[in-house]
Design a protein. Structure first.
Lengths: 345, 345, 345, 345
């Protein structure tokens, strides 16, 4: 039984961590923090959890956190994470950071899209926590940069094919769609019900900060610098992310070869479900789960390969993957705490 | 470990039974049936359950069902249930019937609203499976008439107060609201997305068949015949049911007395959550759970008591309560298989 | 052609006024104001109106407003309205106030639920702008207190029956449901998509300030003080309001008598649609329109009368009724600018 | 004043035609037909239109239709249209066909994706009714093949750029998203509220029949055969269509040149709204209107051009464009009946 702290427990990713860890048989959720709600009973903020989480939030204070935790999940904004990580590592804690601060190896890329990095020495040792790809390194990591939701949904279908050179990484276009919870708990015009409902729209066209995160991982895998086109969209639903990825296949790659590659790669990966030919992922089918469902099709007219994936942006796209990383780090079965039966609807 | 059959497994209540029983540690889901989908793999109908339910549906055939099941859940239309129950009981099976066929003691009431009853001898021995009220009789029952969703949400806040004579049962008005899943899996104009979305409406005004079910239970509890007013409404959401019940309190009954009565009655009832003063239930907080959240307020102007409850119509309103009944019947802890941590949103 | 100003043009009621007045053939929308968005082009706030409203918002300044307007619509918070009205009237403008400040005749009732009234002399001369009831007085009014959305939806089905003594006003219970736009444009946890979606809940139980507004009008109509029970609820949709009103009919009142009374009263009232027996209103059918659809049923079991109404909370519940009042005040046909064909879905 | 018939008036496109034509000042809606609802009062099917459309549906009978109509709108399934068109033309009627039957010049393309064409002689004379592109030919046409919703949303941003050779048509990828009304009024599992809500998914990947329709028009414009990649998706909203189109710009084409080309092309086209730099279309902003809002961005990393458009699939994507075609055919102003002020939300 290990003790876990969730720092930033009242944002949506934090709340989802609280949910998963409260039900995790090998974990005691020992600390929850919130700048805004310090001193407040958690179940007044999330009444659904009444009877399950009977704790107050405390301040984001490293000393107090370290006293009661073996593993610390940081569900904080970029930059705030970076400021807290060294103290936690120095205290011997293992850290899963859900911000972008430790997702990059390339300092220039990070700094071009975020801000100056103040823990450069940790960028190299941190492990990018895309479990199905970097699981072996996760096991012994002290610091995980938990992947962004969009990169998770785009990289899982794409990386095995890039690795096997079945597709041309220079041709990648990722058209991605997210539920409104991806915009966070902050109340603003974007998240206002009356603006999001009956609305579908693209945002941050050509400028979303998950682009360099995907590019770094694709480049590492391809062994050559890769630029992609990525457009995120907002869907009038609470949870869910669908990615439609277009890529030119290597000469001769057909639907069957894609299946062979993905089946071989994801054999024994419990959270990737490859769909039968002719079926395509639906966010409803992964809602509340840690699954990434993947389907694909070579377009008969244009010859392009169309890859489709669906995840729950708050689970496999954030909190679930973070717990999956923790499971690997502490030698638990990868699925513990994440294996609830999905809702049929 | 007991073996459970779900008869009518592809309707929404059936699918929810499949979900809960698949994750129940003391149950092996051994049989699933469907007239429409016999021979079809279950996860092609509900792809969310891919990897969890690897069975085909079989026909609704009592002999085949009995061979592999200790307990049988019937998620069938009225009348169809009644035709199958005797064979199951004769084979020594215990039965939880989700239709209305065994919810009534009063044959006239049943027949006035449904059709002639063909198993009158079982009406008396069947137990009305509102666990928090009739739990003691459930333990030894062979046949459960699992309550309707509306009656569950109305009776739970009301019955303790009627029993203690804190309210006048002749004054009950129940204004109830249900998510669209309550209309079932059948595709028709009512359940069409474009007709349900951005739509709020009453239906079956003054004529819903859950009225006599509530009246029978209120009458039994009050010791006198009770007529109520009940209007159901349809809400543009998938899951959830909220009931706002208006009743005239007995002279002197105030908000505090209501609390004392409900707290005393529901002490040790794990699935009823009584809210603090000034907070009222929200369907979002019980989504996917077996909880019934209850709040109340004496209206300062009119003096009427306003009782409010929220349940998930498919869980506490159907499949969850059915499993809760099974747990009691087989001596399991009441909460087994129903204790997943709720989603914060 | 008259010139109209909308003060507070960026809130939802204000935006709906802008929409209607922009398409009104006898009106020139000449001034739009906003404290928050002064100096900003209106179509950057509401891009749907791009090409239709090519004006910037100005400050809420009475002198500037009066210079360019014959009629002034105030879509302001309570109290702010009251502070601006005298200057507008002194300048000879006619005013339709959408706040609660001039809806009451009874100063004590207003002050008990709002704040001290600083224009008491205007409370008496202001006309309560429920057009179908007080239309004759509206014609010559200089100041209209435009009704609240809930009172509009509750009073329209009820007042004719109270007037004819077909129902007992002491027994009124109004269970009302509103779309999220009723909570306004302000971004907060209530209006956040992820909290409103898949959520149905009551709010301000026993304490909503529309209660005294309804009570005053029912009391005036009944000729005796009336207290009612009113519970508002929030529905996961943008627009729409449904009210289910329960009342004890006078001895002998049946469904047919209700029809005769309502048909007689609403003959020649173009915005009330009485539904055939057995059909009940649906918010979807009045979306975007100034209609109030009304249905009813005497409950066969309890004998109570159930009245049901549906309006668009932003149109008949706010901006549409305000323009209807203006039409009457300026001698236009009551329906001008409000007669667009409804959307079938 | 001309007389118009809507054949197939109860489907969603038909109902939207009924709405628009009922409010059109130069048109008398004289005939509405429905196979399923012949003899039924229209406002029992679409109660929103009560008071506006007081007609019964009649059978789809050409003689009866021709007797009372000058222009006939066919909102019928493919093939059924083709069987009716010759009789209507022979009777001297002008026809706007909303099916795919007369959208193609290339018989092979049509027959490969639909069925044998039985009016080949009319394929050439029919005009593809994308008004902004083919408006001059529409004026004198007797038969219009009204464009599909997806082609409308993809071709409007794309064709001017192809024509000016600012983009390479061989690189077009169209990722399109439609509200559920696009799936039609038929009730099935796809349109069931509980399956569409909280669901985002692709469908007919690599096989949608709007692909050849787009390809034919792009090929004609480019002067060379063009193959594109097109993936449609379903969004949990009633109305709206967003298309995100990726294309490789010709060397040197930048954001400004795209603006110049589109502004030049769409000058004096009242239904195309080009958005300012940095703003992108939102389906909410065109809901219920005949607008096509267009935005774009050259992706700084990959250099690809991203074009974004939003329409209401039932209006500009179907009924609105059909009426726009009729306006051109009969010499009315292009915007008559289509110029209602949009709803701000």
């Amino acid at each position: 039984m290990i003790r876990a702290a969730v720092v930033g427990a009242t944002g949506y990713a934090g709340a989802e961590l609280v949910r998963i860890l409260s039900g995790h048989p090998d974990v005691s959720l020992s600390v929850i923090t919130s700048r805004q709600y310090a001193g407040v009973a958690y179940d007044t903020i999330y009444p659904a959890l009444s009877g399950f989480v009977q704790m107050d939030c405390i301040e984001n204070e490293p000393v107090a956190i370290c006293k009661d935790a073996d593993v610390v999940f940081l569900a904080l904004p970029h930059k705030v994470s970076m400021d807290m990580v060294p103290a936690l590592l120095d205290a011997g804690k293992r850290v899963v950071d859900l911000s972008a601060d430790f997702r990059f190896k390339n300092r220039e890329a990070y700094e071009a899209h975020y801000q100056p990095h103040t823990c450069v020495h940790l960028m190299e040792t941190a492990v990018y926590g895309l479990c199905e790809i970097y699981g072996e390194q996760v096991v012994s990591a002290d610091l995980i940069g938990n992947p962004g939701c969009y990169p998770t949904s785009v990289l899982l279908p794409l990386l095995p094919l890039v690795k096997e050179k079945l597709v041309d990484p220079a041709t990648v276009i990722a058209d991605c769609k997210s539920g409104v919870s991806g915009a966070g708990r902050g109340a603003n015009q974007t998240t206002h019900f009356c603006h999001a409902h009956e609305s579908f729209k693209a945002y941050k066209v050509g400028g979303h900060r998950h682009t360099p995160e995907m590019e770094e991982n694709l480049s590492l895998c391809a062994g050559t610098p890769v630029k992609i086109t990525f457009v995120p969209h907002l869907v009038p639903m609470t949870r869910g992310m669908e990615s439609t990825v277009y890529v030119t296949p290597a000469s001769g790659t057909d639907t069957t070869q894609v299946r062979q590659c993905l089946e071989s790669f994801y054999r024994n990966k419990p959270f990737v479900r490859l769909l039968p030919d002719g079926r395509f992922p639906d966010t409803l089918h992964v809602k509340g789960t840690n699954f990434c469902d993947i389907g694909w099709q070579v377009d008969p007219g244009s010859g392009r390969l169309i890859l489709l994936s669906a995840i729950d942006n708050l689970v496999k796209g954030a909190a679930g993957q973070a717990v999956q990383n923790m499971n690997l780090m502490f030698g638990f079965d990868e699925t513990v705490g994440l294996s609830g039966v999905p809702y049929p609807l």
